[in-house]
Design a protein around this ligand. Structure first.
Ligand code: FMN
Ligand code: SF4
Length: 641
């Protein structure tokens, strides 16, 4: 008899008249450029993919309800746009999911450039965008009315439910938090007063939409800062708000909590949902959001009573089919998210986002969804993949799944390439999960793997491939510094942890150098990173960098910028900063100043087969996204004609 592997996660849920097929909400994501206030077909296809992947609830992100509260150029609720939005709702509902839309007001964080009215919040203040007015009672009336109007609009567009955004520093947490609300009238001071306007708005929405519609709230469970809103206060608020809302999705204030990087624990806001549930004061379903990355994690949270369901953002960006795979008991096939935040760090105001590990997400409109694009190739070819790192394995798996005969040659004795450093890195747990997943996919695919095999012209002639994919990676650049022979590359330190002394100096403050330094700090070394430029980790995206910097500080990493290294000696590193020279004593000196592509491998192979592709670091050293996407697309183009 069939037995569900994740019974708590896959249990249906009733919300008033709605039946949700499981406990997985696809969290709101605003990742797409809008044109004239309209979401494009790209966004519809993206949400449709989430529904087809099996999520119970699929949410359209951030729709500002009125002028003065816009923090993005936004989705405009006009009569002309109604047809587009109802098509979007249909695209979600046709696949069995509940369609949801998030309604927002940025309050003091609204951006002047997107509003005619001046942004406003609880207090008169200056935000990073300009002056902010304090809201009058009339302003509050108008905003409450705008939320009610918006809810009515979206139900009119066919959406099943609305999600009121009361998290992440937008208007409602600004009122709820004593850190942001310094009013002295009946809307500030005591909790009763701070709750007044948010509760008034929720009541207004409920009164407008009537008793049958489902209304949900996204709520920060705490400020997590001294003097801030506590989980007890939020519980009290929710115990009152539940008269108007049917489900609460619990996140947190603080960007490193709501955008957890790989340096944060998994399921990082489940302490807040658990506290709310354990209070016994809240009877509506409580969902947890934040770094819930797999069906196992989600099942564990619900089974242990920490929440009634989960909301997932990046886990479903990395693999929209996570719920489907959970239904089939195939948790091990879920493509893991790295929490690298490329999806949010990629200038989403001006272009569609991309996910490091999933080349299709966000581009379903052009590229398709799930396994569809990997349909069998028109012409089956013999493919030789040179290099068993991320690019090579991705290419090999993709080509094999399309029906090609694939031989993957790896010079060393194991697959994984450069990312194998994650075996030793005490902080790169997410990368390890992903690498292991890719190894599993390679093992499952019909790929013939030849380890300890260097690809020579003789071997190529013997194999006679139709197509070669050169994914031979890159090698470290050695800096031109006197005494460099006393140092080695940062990645080499992972292979020989016992050889790293107590005091370490890392030369080069890019991602590789800093993350290696963080790992060494975390394992008990005293580490200084020297970066010649005025800014470190320039290769990190802005939000990831906030998380990384916070963790580096917590670990006590000594990061010095504008520090030009002059010499490495047996005692340490002599460098110059601000015109002054200093010598840092060191037991171990490492460097990470860039990589150089193994282009010569490609050049040697280029004449040996009809088609020879160059992918990953072998083409241009870079982040994992280039390797995964490069390997995938190269394999997708084989045998089309
Ligand atoms: C690319 C991206 C876009 C997001 N857009 C929104 C949004 O429109 N509204 C919102 O409330 N949160 C947004 N978020 C935050 C997520 O909904 C979620 O709270 C956060 O990613 C943490 O969940 P996770 O760990 O499951 O990714 C976005 C997150 C990402 C990664
Ligand atoms: S880009 Fe990175 S953080 Fe975002 S979903 Fe993909 S793997 Fe996860």
């Amino acid at each position: 008899m069939f037995e569900q592997k994740y019974p708590h996660l896959l249990q249906p849920l009733r919300l008033r008249g709605l039946t949700v097929r499981n406990r997985i909400m696809s969290a709101p994501n605003m990742l797409f450029q809008t044109i004239g206030g309209r979401t494009t077909e790209y966004y519809t296809r993206y949400l449709e993919a989430k529904a087809r992947g099996g999520a119970g609830i699929v949410t359209l992100g951030e729709v500002p309800v009125c002028d003065g509260g816009c923090h993005t150029p936004g989705t405009v609720m006009s009569r002309e746009n109604l047809a587009i939005f109802s098509e979007m709702s249909a695209a979600i509902r046709e696949h069995g999911a509940v369609s949801s839309v998030e309604l927002t007001h940025g309050g003091r964080n609204a951006r002047h450039e997107f509003n005619v009215k001046n942004p406003m919040g609880p207090d008169e203040t200056d935000s990073m965008y300009g002056h902010v007015n304090a809201m009058t009672k009339q302003d509050m009336e108008d905003v409450a009315e705008a939320f009610a109007d918006a809810a009515e609009y979206w139900y009119g567009a066919g959406f099943d439910t609305v999600l009121i955004h009361a998290a992440h520093g937008w208007l409602f947490p600004q009122f709820l938090s004593p850190l942001a609300n310094h009013r002295t009238d009946e809307y500030g001071g005591s909790l009763e007063n701070r709750m007044r306007f948010p509760l008034m708005t929720l009541k207004r929405i409920r009164d407008r939409v009537g008793p049958e519609k489902v209304v949900m709230i996204r709520l920060s469970g705490a400020d997590r800062e001294p003097g801030g809103m506590t989980v007890e206060e939020v519980t009290e608020f929710l115990s009152r708000a539940q008269e108007y809302v049917d489900l609460a999705e619990i996140s947190s204030e603080g960007i490193t909590w709501f955008f957890g990087t790989t340096f944060r624990p998994w399921c990082l806001n489940s302490d807040l949902s658990a506290a709310i549930k354990q209070s016994g004061k809240v009877r509506i379903p409580v969902f947890s959001i934040g770094s819930v990355l797999s069906p196992e994690m989600a099942e564990g949270l619900i089974a242990s009573g920490k929440c009634d369901g989960v909301s997932m953002s990046r886990a479903l960006i990395a693999d929209p089919c996570l719920p489907e795979k959970a239904m089939e008991g195939r948790g091990e096939d879920v493509r893991p998210c790295l929490r690298c935040l490329n999806c949010t760090d990629g200038d989403n105001l001006h272009r569609h986002f991309s996910c490091t590990v999933n080349p299709l997400t966000g581009h379903e409109q052009r590229l398709g969804f799930g396994d569809e694009p990997v349909a069998p190739a028109a012409h089956k070819k013999k493919v030789l993949v040179v290099g068993g790192g991320p690019a090579g394995m991705t290419a090999a798996v993709t080509a094999a799944r399309r029906g090609h005969r694939v031989i993957l040659c790896e010079k060393s004795g194991r697959l994984g390439g450069t990312v194998n450093f994650c075996d030793e890195d005490s902080l790169k747990v997410d990368l390890r999960r992903w690498r292991d997943w890719l190894l599993r996919q390679t093992a499952k695919a019909a790929v013939e793997v030849l380890l300890n095999t260097e690809v020579t012209p003789e071997l190529v002639r013997a194999l006679a491939p139709d197509h070669i994919i050169a994914a031979a990676g890159a090698e470290p650049v050695t800096p031109n510094i006197p005494g460099v022979g006393l140092a080695r590359h940062a990645l080499a330190a992972y292979g020989e942890p016992g050889s790293v002394g107590d005091r370490v100096v890392v030369i080069g403050g890019g991602l590789v150098g800093v993350e290696c330094g963080m790992h060494l700090c975390n394992t008990g070394h005293a580490v200084t990173v020297l970066e010649a430029m005025d800014e470190a980790v320039r290769d990190a995206g802005p939000v990831y960098k906030i998380g990384l910097t916070a963790k580096a500080e917590e670990l006590g990493l000594d990061l010095r910028t504008g520090a030009k290294v002059l010499e490495i000696t047996a005692d340490g590193v002599r460098y110059e900063k601000d015109g002054r020279e200093e010598t840092l004593p060191a037991d171990t000196v490492l460097y990470a100043v860039g990589m150089r592509s193994r282009t010569e491998t490609y050049l040697a192979l280029a004449p040996l087969a009809p088609h020879v592709d160059l992918v990953g670091d072998c083409k241009a050293p870079g982040k994992l996204l280039g390797a995964v996407h490069g390997g995938y697309f190269a394999a997708m183009d084989i045998g089309r004609f």
